[in-house]
Structure formats: structure tokens, C-alpha cells
Write a protein that binds this ligand. Structure first.
Ligand SMILES: NC(=O)c1ccc[n+]([C@@H]2O[C@H](COP(=O)([O-])OP(=O)(O)OC[C@H]3O[C@@H](n4cnc5c(N)ncnc54)[C@H](OP(=O)(O)O)[C@@H]3O)[C@@H](O)[C@H]2O)c1
Length: 415
């Protein structure tokens, strides 16, 4: 396979941009020239000569010698503007911006076709874990039942520090920010938005549905308390933020992002700090587990480099599951068992518990464990940030006749 010579225009020289620069310089087998780097802040000290930089995006977008734009900025709207302009002028693009891809997924897929260009974004979900290309290529003909995992390094770092070292939430978040794991706006991490954007991108490649992120329920960890951590510890569990997508029947999927209890015998239990882990469950391959660093300049830069390299031999996503069109529907009519820590009985009533298996009422804390419908959680999603509650998915499979591919006689158990 012949490789085309890459002339790169780079947008962003922050945590990931510099990480990419380092991994590119350390990569002996692969050469690409960074022609120009576009950044925003004219006053910032840079670690390489200023002659490498520009503050004008047109210096890259209008340069005919640049055939690949690598977009690594922290502003999703401006990123969309840059990426679409680059694609419309015939340049291939590599990006790590999950918010941008998830919010404009369908449009970006169409633009690739219309302008005969490629857009690769492996680093946008799971950072160093090559999950998108795996879903695109490896699971082509597999009957993929579900995918779940840890997709946000910041929240996993915070939860690890709280669980293992008893560090308060705010201190753990500060550490994650200092280490360069957190988004510029950390509410995107801690409130579950970032995990949801990644889940939506993964869903496109796993099942061929380009979901509007607003249609997907998400809930993060910003309301977690010492009591919740203590509850989990006493039961030998950890709390992890776990996005899930899976089939409810042959043509329908459901998805959500929720904190989840993980017991010590499960793969995700030992995925700590900024590491991410993804579990796929498929009819014939059964369970598979991918693990790797989910944040940080070098880990993310290595995924960006992999996309740059793939670009040099003409790789493009074919969106095979979308072409196949086997999955056509999305539902939130799905039952979940949750732990709800709460204070006010009226707030608890809003969840519409259908069954309750455990109930505790102490002087300072109350909790209930029972079955709710995802549709109900979605209906009250805008009220949740104002409530004094914390929700954890227990992970117990309660959907009657859960999708276990009975026709093949293959039962898929919970991880
Ligand atoms: N950090 C991670 O671990 C990680 C992991 C996976 C994906 N990502 C994604 O990677 C992207 C970059 O993240 P990061 O952590 O590297 O962010 P960052 O450290 O905050 O750096 C952002 C960079 O973007 C530049 N920038 C912002 N607006 C710009 C504009 N309008 N024009 C040109 N340059 C602009 C900034 O310029 P100045 O230098 O002049 O301020 C800075 O160099 C984001 O989409 C993020 O979601 C990050």
C-alpha cells in the first residue's frame, strides 16, 4: 500500500496538541510534516519557536499544500466551523472533539460523502483505546448485543481517589484538572455529558444509528457523597460512571449514562484512575474487554497519530452498520434497577419506582433500591440537578426476557 505524503495543518497546541507533537517526533517509522499550528492566545509562552504558529485559521485552511487538518481545540463550535471548511475545500480531517462529532454526527457523515474526504476521530472516544475502528471493522458481521464501559478519565480518576484514598470530591477534581485529564469546562466530565457524546459516537459505529445526544439520558457524579462511597465499600463494590448501549430486540437499541455499582469480580472493577475500559458482548465472540488510558496528552496523541497514519494509506470509515440498516429503532422504554439516595419523599416519588427491594431511612440519609423505567428518568432529567439525590445503576438485569439471543441458545450474562 502506498502512503501519501502528509502535510499537516494543526489546530490547537494544548494538552493533546503537544502530546501529538511529542509522539509524532518519537515515531521513527512514520513521517509527517506539521506545516503550521493555529492557536488562539497571542500572549502564551510556547515551547517551540513562534515561527511554527499562526493565529489566523486561513493560513491553514487556504494553504493548498496542506492536505490534512488535525483539529485539537477545546471549542466545539469553532471546531465545527474549522472542520467543515476544511472538508469542503477537499482536505481530510482528524479530530479528537467528541462534542463536535456527536452534535453534528449525521451532517459530518454526509459531508464526507459529498466532498469525497475522510474524517477520522478515534481519539474522541476512549482516547488510546482503538474502539471505533474495532467496531467498524472487527464486528462487521457480529451480532453485537451490548457495549458498556468507562469512557471518561476525569470521573474515573475522581471516583478512584474518593474510593481508595478517601479524598474529597473537590480535591480529586482539582487533581484531575492539574493532570490535564479534565475538559476545559469540567462540568462536561462530571455531569456525564462527555461520556454521553462518546457513547453517541460509539453507537453510530456499533449499530449505525446517529442519535441526537439530547435524546439520550445521562447522569454524572457531581452529586456523589461520602455516604454513597461508604455504602459501596461496605458491600465490596465500586462506583464507576458507565455508559451503556445495547439491543432490546433485533432492530431496537437503548442507551444511557449512569453511575453503576461494580463488584470485584467484574472487568471494570480494576479500571482505575484515568484508565478507560470497554466491554463488548456479542453472540459469537461473547465478552471482550478493551482497556487503556482514556485521557492525557500522550495517550490521546497516540490515537490521533494512529488516525494520521491511517489517513496516509487512505483509510475511511465506511459506516457499515448504517449501510446495513439492521438496527432502525431507539427506545427508552427500558427497566433499570437503581439505588437512589435521597432526602425528600416527594422527590423520591418522581422516580415512579415499580418494585422496591431495599429501603433504608437513617437520621441523615435515606436510600431505596428498586426498579424504574428509563423513560421516567429521562422525563425528570431537567429537575435532577436541583434535587438532593444520587442515582446508581445496580447493574442487575431485570428486563423480562432480556435480549439473550435465545434463538441461538446463547445466554449473555451480566459482566
Ligand atoms: N485532554 C484529554 O485528555 C483529551 C482526551 C480526549 C480528547 N480530548 C479532546 O481534545 C481536544 C483538545 O483538548 P485539550 O485537552 O488539548 O485542550 P487544551 O489543553 O485546553 O488546549 C486547547 C487548545 O486549543 C486552542 N484553541 C482554542 N480555541 C481556538 C481557536 N478558536 N483557534 C485556534 N486554537 C484554539 C488553544 O489555544 P491557546 O494555546 O492559544 O490557548 C489550545 O492550544 C478537545 O476537543 C478535547 O475534548 C482531550
Amino acid at each position: 500500500m502506498t502512503r501519501s505524503k502528509l502535510q499537516i495543518g494543526l489546530f490547537g497546541y494544548g494538552c493533546v496538541g503537544q502530546g501529538l507533537h511529542d509522539v509524532l517526533n518519537s515515531s521513527n517509522g512514520f513521517k509527517a510534516d506539521i506545516v503550521k499550528i493555529c492557536v488562539k492566545d497571542r500572549t502564551k509562552q510556547r515551547r517551540i519557536p513562534m515561527s511554527n504558529f499562526t493565529f489566523d485559521k486561513d493560513d491553514i485552511l487556504n494553504d493548498p499544500s496542506i492536505n490534512l487538518v488535525v483539529e485539537l481545540i477545546d471549542d466545539a463550535d469553532e471546531a465545527f466551523n474549522i472542520v467543515t471548511r476544511a472538508m469542503k475545500s477537499g482536505k481530510n480531517v482528524v479530530t479528537a472533539n467528541k462534542m463536535m462529532v456527536a452534535k453534528h454526527f449525521r451532517e459530518l457523515v454526509d459531508l464526507q460523502k459529498k466532498y469525497n474526504v475522510s474524517l477520522l476521530y478515534e481519539a474522541s472516544a476512549g482516547a488510546s483505546i482503538p474502539i471505533i475502528r474495532n467496531l467498524e471493522e472487527y464486528y462487521d458481521n457480529e451480532l453485537l448485543h451490548s457495549l458498556r464501559g468507562i469512557l471518561n478519565g476525569t470521573t474515573n480518576y475522581i471516583l478512584t481517589k474518593m474510593h481508595n484514598e478517601g479524598i474529597p470530591y473537590s480535591e480529586a477534581l482539582k487533581q484531575a484538572q492539574e493532570k490535564g485529564f479534565a475538559e476545559s469546562d469540567p462540568t462536561l466530565d462530571v455531569d456525564g455529558w462527555d461520556a454521553k457524546y462518546k457513547l453517541c459516537i460509539i453507537t453510530g459505529h456499533a449499530y449505525g444509528l446517529f442519535l441526537d445526544p439530547d435524546e439520550v439520558f445521562h447522569y454524572g457524579i457531581s452529586k456523589i457523597s461520602k455516604f454513597d462511597i461508604q455504602y459501596a465499600k461496605e458491600k465490596g463494590l465500586k462506583i464507576k460512571l458507565v455508559p451503556y448501549v445495547g439491543k432490546t430486540n433485533d432492530s431496537t437499541i437503548t442507551s444511557f449514562v449512569l453511575p453503576r455499582f461494580i463488584s470485584a469480580d467484574k472487568y471494570l472493577y480494576n479500571v482505575d484512575n484515568e484508565y478507560n475500559g470497554v466491554i463488548t458482548e456479542a453472540a459469537f465472540a461473547d465478552k471482550q474487554f478493551f482497556c487503556g488510558k482514556g485521557a492525557g496528552g500522550h495517550a490521546t496523541g497516540s490515537a490521533v497519530l494512529s488516525d494520521i497514519s491511517a489517513n496516509s494509506y487512505g483509510y475511511r470509515y465506511e459506516y457499515k452498520k448504517y449501510q446495513q440498516g439492521t438496527v432502525s429503532d431507539y427506545t427508552r422504554n427500558h427497566k433499570l434497577e437503581i439505588y437512589l439516595r435521597y432526602n425528600d419523599e416527594k422527590e423520591k416519588e418522581l422516580f415512579g419506582f415499580e418494585e422496591v427491594s431495599e429501603y433504608f431511612s437513617g437520621r441523615f440519609n435515606k436510600y431505596v433500591i428498586g426498579v424504574v423505567n428509563l423513560e421516567r428518568l429521562y422525563a425528570i432529567r431537567k429537575q435532577l440537578p436541583g434535587m438532593d439525590v444520587f442515582i446508581v445503576n445496580t447493574g442487575r438485569k431485570i428486563t423480562p426476557a432480556a435480549y439473550t439471543d435465545a434463538s441461538l441458545g446463547i445466554g449473555i450474562k451480566e459482566a
